[in-house]
Design a protein around this ligand. Structure first.
Ligand code: ZN
Length: 137
């Protein structure tokens, strides 16, 4: 029943294609500004810190900390039915940028702000692998 509702997939466009191509290869790659050297996420044309257009793609460590999170106890839609409870989190990468993501865990009650996490990938389709994070014990 609910299993027949497919999970919505991201729309890959010109700005985000390098992110999704790296993710497909299970690598986390985000933009870095060549002018101010800050990392940037989500993908865009101009640096949000200094407005430079000199953004380059860099593979990052995949290590970070939980900046904040919420436990979703009701599914966000029929495609997420049966996956609750699950965690929607803002992870701050070691490199400084923050990503909206999921924390994968079988114990949502054990998750805390400030915990160290590492990226892993959920293969959603042949083209899309989703970067999600696991707490580092
Ligand atoms: Zn910049």
């Amino acid at each position: 029943m609910s299993e027949s509702v497919p999970r919505p997939l991201p729309i890959v466009d010109g700005d985000s294609r390098p992110f999704w191509e790296a993710a497909k290869a299970h690598r986390l790659s985000i933009q870095r500004c060549r002018t101010c050297r800050k990392y940037v996420f989500y993908p865009r044309i101009h640096c949000p810190h200094c407005h430079s257009a000199k953004l380059e793609w860099r593979q990052v460590s995949g290590e970070g900390t939980i900046f904040t999170f919420t436990v979703a106890r009701r599914p966000a839609g029929p495609a997420f039915q049966g996956k609750e409870p699950y965690i929607v989190a803002l992870v701050e990468l070691k490199e400084g940028a923050r990503l909206m993501t999921n924390i994968v865990t079988d114990d949502v009650e054990s998750v805390r702000i400030g915990q160290k996490v590492r990226v892993t990938f959920e293969d959603l389709s042949p083209e899309i692998s989703l970067p999600v994070f696991k707490v580092v014990r």
